[in-house]
Ligand binder design. Structure first.
Ligand code: FAD
Length: 392
């Protein structure tokens, strides 16, 4: 059977669910196709940090790299507002807490880096300021004395990664979207001005037709691009996370570090999440291609490195047992800026991925939906245009 839609969204992570919800809300006939389960991959296994400051990976290579990464700041600003509005807008119970984020420094060099990066962020309009030790004592007494200063961004915070994607999927269904899980897109062909999308389940193969398609496929983005003959370069990153036992309220903020990979936050139910970008080992096929169906391997060096750093700045953690560590895979792009916009040379096809696409997922979705509906996106997307990578 061949069904017709306005848009087919490929991928049921946070981005795909948010995009399908926004299209359906606006009256579009939309089908979301997910090869596994909703939220099964990066969107359901991430740290849930809503970070609007430049992250460590964006500042570790110096001020020029930070300046380049800051070109995405309009998407950060938009995301800060969208996350706070999201539960009300989609009518779902999404746990979002924007109680502020601290990027901490332990020495003069890190303080200088914080000052320079904060200057860049403020020039883009982000509310962020340096606070000294006296203020840290007042608002974040849980931090070790080693922390000498921090950049404080009041809109930063966290959302529950386990429930945000499914909540948006429910909102999409309620707005009239169709969702097919355990259904894989196996072919994408443009014929007669429309996209013919081949989909397969374990039992059957079908075809659906749509005016437009959205690639919201996370680490599978490059492969989906290849399927339609387009160059969408992404770099896969396997990362690990650790969570502790539940403890009484200790950390109200998102905590990151200016001198290394660290993110700390406490979930509403009391568990402390420890992460920040420590690597896991990506499993590869014999030909060297990444195998995204295999779980990455946990690295003991990452486990101990992440724990050491976390305990150094939050000494109470040494008395709180960790209960689980896990791994997941996500994407960055060669220039570290997101990939958001039309798929080059493929009319009616759109893509978004790259970087902290949990934080930025709602902004990406809003931009994609504007493009699909032929409206001007609220944010200038030129710096994120996939066409900047040309053809391979
Ligand atoms: C350990 C870890 C911690 C992280 N921490 C943070 C954080 O704190 N904050 C933050 O902002 N970001 C974080 N990230 C990054 C963030 O999780 C991802 O950027 C984001 O979830 C990507 O969402 P997505 O919807 O684009 O992709 P995904 O969640 O990966 O969803 C893509 C979906 O597409 C489906 N798909 C692929 N190919 C097909 C096909 N052919 N047919 C049908 N379906 C298909 C997949 O099955 C998958 O479900 C972290 C990532 C990891 C791994």
């Amino acid at each position: 059977m061949t069904r017709g839609y306005d848009t087919i969204v490929i991928g049921g992570g946070l981005l795909g669910c948010a995009t399908a919800w926004m299209i359906a809300r606006d009256g579009g006939r939309v089908l979301l196709v997910e090869r596994d389960q909703i939220n099964q991959h990066a969107s359901g296994s991430n740290a849930g940090s809503l970070h609007f400051q430049l992250e460590y990976r964006m500042i570790e290579r110096g001020v020029e790299a930070a300046r380049k990464a800051a070109e995405a700041m309009p998407l950060h600003l938009q995301a800060a507002q969208l996350w706070s509005d999201l539960p009300g807008l989609c009518g779902q119970d999404i746990e979002v807490k924007q109680t502020g984020g601290l990027m901490i420094a332990e020495n003069a060099q890190q303080v200088e880096l914080l000052e320079r990066k904060t200057e860049i962020e403020r020039s883009w309009g982000l509310d962020n300021r340096i606070i000294d030790r006296a203020e840290i004592d007042r608002i974040a007494p849980y931090l070790s004395d080693r922390v000498v200063a921090a950049a404080f961004c009041p809109t930063e915070g966290k959302a529950d990664a386990r429930t945000a994607g499914p909540a948006l999927a429910r909102a999409a269904l309620q707005a009239g979207a169709e969702i097919k899980t355990r259904t894989e897109v196996t072919g994408l062909v443009r014929q007669g001005g429309r996209w013919h999308v081949s989909v397969a389940t374990a039992e059957s193969a079908q075809r659906a037709i749509a005016e437009s398609v959205v690639i919201a496929a996370g680490v599978w983005t490059t492969r989906m691009g290849q399927m339609m003959g387009a160059h969408l370069p992404t770099i896969p990153l396997a990362l690990m996370m650790t969570v502790t036992q539940r403890v009484p309220k200790l950390i109200p903020h998102l905590v990151q570090h200016a001198g290394g990979r660290l993110s700390l936050k406490q979930a509403l139910d009391g568990n402390i999440l420890i992460g920040g970008g420590w690597p896991a080992r990506l499993i590869r096929h014999r030909d060297g291609e990444p195998n995204f169906d295999a779980k990455p391997e946990l690295l003991t060096t990452s486990l101990s490195g992440n724990a050491d750093m976390a305990i150094r700045v939050l000494p109470d953690l040494s008395r709180i047992p960790a209960i689980r560590s896990w791994v997941g895979t996500t994407t960055v792009t060669p220039d570290q800026l997101p990939l958001v916009g039309p798929v080059p040379g493929q009319p009616g096809a759109f893509v978004a991925t790259g970087g902290s696409a949990f934080t930025l997922g709602p902004s990406f979705a809003q931009a994609l939906v504007a493009l699909i509906e032929c409206r001007l996106p609220e944010t200038d997307l030129q710096a994120f245009d996939p066409a900047r990578y040309g053809r391979q």
